[in-house]
Design a protein around this ligand. Structure first.
Ligand SMILES: Nc1ncnc2c1ncn2[C@@H]1O[C@H](COP(=O)(O)OP(=O)(O)OP(=O)(O)O)[C@@H](O)[C@H]1O
Length: 686
């Protein structure tokens, strides 16, 4: 057990508040710079806005909020053609402003102050022919008359909730600290485990497994999580069945009649668990905007249950009445009459809320398992409710402040985190802000004398130092707890079900203490053994290929990576590309395809956007099925064959953010049967 470095909780919370604020400022200034310096047409071209819209209907959604449906203005649709909205990058959950579209000269001259004009809301649903937006303010008047446009704003909702949470943590009085919180801040050690988990006298020894296929490291991790009193980490390297293990853990905890809150940083991480729990007929409820949930989990969603359960009828009646009123507003030209209808709507909305609340409360209280995103767990539905265990999947993808949302707003006494701190942490924007850049520069200078610079650059290394001192936004709760209490609070899953043994070797040796084992079902799978016709060639019988560009004319090039790349066009600053390397990638891909490997089974990943753009141009047309992506975007995914283009090649041995070994780890652990790395060993080797 390492020496504890107790963290002062108010100091910790205050530091988090400062860091979160810097992050929000970075996000706001990036977005505002874009919005104020581009015309609506340019923003639409970059995927950040949709032009020429009309309101097609208004209705009442969950929480009594107004939902506006928008479609293309008939005036801009060519006769006989479909009224599909042109390609755009606005997605469900985005924060947007809905405004009258500036006309003629106003377009250019008007200094747009977007936040103060029109109405704001959250995108509820995006379809080909329409977009739905839930308005923030219930009495907001929807702009009308002429054409409208929708523009994406900076998303500050998640920050607000993290801020509230850290603000609350800061104000906690010493006597309010629970034993559980004290452990999370290193003010106490976790309660020692009862006895050897595998000892026959331990009741867990006789555990009956629902899933007989669990491997030993998975069983060990479950027993460990069941017997830990305050906190348990389940460390799941790539392909080791982290979620598989959590499902069994949830079933075991339910057998003990415990109530569980299960969270993840993203909707998809939560839905994944709902889908896999569903066959076990677990009484569960999924909180969250229905539009953001997978169709397969909707039957467990609170929204659907408030419509279909018996208690829901009363809510339905009033919802109908509100919808009728909404519709009548649009027909009324007389301002006084409109005001009258708004007043009536307000009363109806209050009544609606009361009924909905009691219906929802009954449903939530009656569920043994509640599932929500970390953010969603901070909603009013769960405030003050008691849970025996909070489980967080993909915990190393979540900011620490995010993890505290469920932990502070519900009453919980035990936490299980599942994740892999050796893959990439959540993206941090303030890393690229002016202030952060200055700090990094400074750190680089000092770097010559010590290795502290490495830490500053990566912004997220678990360091084992007292938390507040080394605190950064990128330090996840998973990292910090490991630093505080050491490896005794975690169990690692060691059998991986994804990679050929040879592909696994390097990451296993470099990052996982050589502990990974390839399952028999995968350890010698090659491309030539794919269940369709693949020729036996020197590439398809080889699991690992390295194309070394050292010493050749393969130098990298720096490119401007600014606005203009559709939905992802927000990235500013430089990017790198390497044309000769891209040609090698193309030739390798061609060899695989010529041998019979399906394009759909191949992915090409690279850390640089400029390289991605170049590779798309070279490959997309010839092989439409091939998947191209950034390393960061490919985390959590897998493919039969993966080609990694490292890009960096220079005399100075600069590797930029390739130096982040977690990024390299993610890139190299995506393939099942074949990994090809193209890079300059002289630059990257160091
Ligand atoms: N004990 C097991 N026996 C056989 N297959 C398993 C076992 N555990 C996991 N798997 C398989 O391994 C794969 C990865 O498992 P799962 O999807 O649970 O992992 P994950 O945690 O979601 O992903 P990752 O491990 O990559 O983070 C799945 O195909 C799953 O069926």
């Amino acid at each position: 057990m390492p020496d504890l470095h107790p963290t002062d909780i108010p100091t910790f919370a205050a530091t988090q508040l400062t860091l979160l604020d810097a992050e929000l400022q970075a996000e706001l200034s990036e977005t505002n710079a874009l919005l104020s310096s581009h015309t609506p047409t340019a923003l639409a071209r970059a995927g950040l806005a949709i032009l020429n819209l009309n309101v097609s209907s208004l209705r009442t959604g969950l929480g009594g909020k107004t939902v506006v449906e928008l479609c293309l203005d008939p005036a801009v649709v060519t006769k006989g053609e479909k009224a599909d909205i042109p390609e755009h990058g606005i997605r469900t959950g985005d924060i947007v402003a809905l405004q009258d579209q500036p006309t003629g000269s106003a377009k250019k001259t008007e200094k747009r102050d977007l936040a103060k004009k029109g109405v704001e809301g959250v995108v509820l649903r995006v379809k080909r022919e329409n977009v739905e937006i839930v308005l923030d303010k219930e009495d907001a008047e929807v702009p009308g008359g002429g054409k409208l446009w929708v523009v994406k704003l900076a998303n500050d909702i998640t920050y607000k909730r993290m801020n509230q949470t850290m603000g609350r943590l800061q104000k906690f009085q010493e006597q309010e600290y629970t034993p559980f919180m004290r452990v999370l801040f290193g003010q106490a050690s976790p309660t020692p485990l009862p006895s050897d988990l595998n000892d026959p006298s331990n009741p867990l020894h006789k555990l009956e497994w629902n899933d007989p296929s669990l491997n030993d490291s998975q069983k060990e991790a479950i027993k460990f999580a069941l017997s830990s009193r305050e906190v348990a980490l389940i460390h799941g390297p790539p392909g080791t069945g982290k979620t598989h293990t959590l499902i069994e853990l949830i079933l075991q905890l339910l057998k003990q009649n415990l109530r569980l809150l299960v969270c993840g940083p993203s909707n998809i991480s939560v839905d994944n668990i709902v889908e896999r729990l569903a066959p076990h007929k677990v009484p569960m409820i999924r909180l969250g905007h229905p539009a953001r949930l997978l169709p397969s989990v909707l039957n467990h969603s609170l929204d659907v249950l408030t419509r279909t359960s018996d208690a829901a009828a009363l809510v339905q009646d009033i919802r109908k009445e509100m919808d009728d009123k909404q519709a009548s507003i649009r027909k009324t030209r007389n301002a006084r009459e409109r005001r009258q209808v708004y007043t009536e709507l307000k009363e109806l909305r209050n009544e609606y809320r009361v009924r909905e609340k009691s219906c929802v409360e009954n449903l939530v209280r009656g569920s043994k398992v509640v599932l929500a995103t970390l953010h969603g767990a901070g909603g009013f539905h769960l405030k003050g409710q008691e849970f025996d265990v909070v489980i967080v999947d993909e915990a190393s993808q979540a900011l620490e402040a995010q993890c505290w949302v469920p932990l502070l707003w519900v009453k919980a006494s035990k936490l299980v985190l599942a994740g892999d701190h050796l893959q990439l942490p959540p993206t941090i924007k303030s890393l690229n802000s002016k202030e952060a850049k200055a700090a990094k520069k400074d750190a680089k200078k000092k770097d010559k004398n010590s290795n502290l610079g490495e830490q500053a650059r990566n912004n997220a290394q678990p360091s084992g130092k007292p938390a507040a001192e080394s605190q950064t936004l990128g330090t996840t709760l998973f990292d910090r707890l490991l630093g505080l209490h050491g490896p005794s609070i975690k169990r690692m899953l060691t059998t991986q079900y994804r990679m050929h043994e040879t592909i696994m070797r390097f990451p296993s040796d470099e990052l996982y203490d050589s502990k990974l084992i390839a399952a028999d079902s995968v350890k010698d799978r090659l491309l030539k053994d794919l269940p369709y016709d693949v020729a036996d060639t020197e590439d398809t019988r080889e699991p690992l290929v390295f194309w070394d560009t050292q010493g050749g004319d393969f130098l990298e090039k720096t490119e401007d990576d600014a606005i203009g790349k559709g939905s992802k066009g927000m990235s500013l600053g430089d990017s790198k590309s390497n044309e000769a390397e891209a040609q090698l990638v193309r030739s390798h891909v061609r060899n695989l395809i010529d041998a019979g490997v399906h394009a759909e089974d191949i992915a090409v990943v690279t850390p640089y956007n400029a390289q991605l753009a170049m590779l798309s141009q070279m490959l997309k047309e010839a092989y439409p099925g091939i998947e191209l992506g950034s390393v960061d975007g490919f985390q959590g995914r897998e493919k039969e064959a993966v080609v990694v283009s490292l890009v960096r090649s220079n005399a100075e041995h600069e590797v930029g953010f390739l130096g982040e070994k977690r990024r390299l780890n993610v890139a190299m652990t995506r393939p099942r049967r074949h990994l090809c790395v193209v890079g300059d060993s002289d630059t990257v080797g160091r």
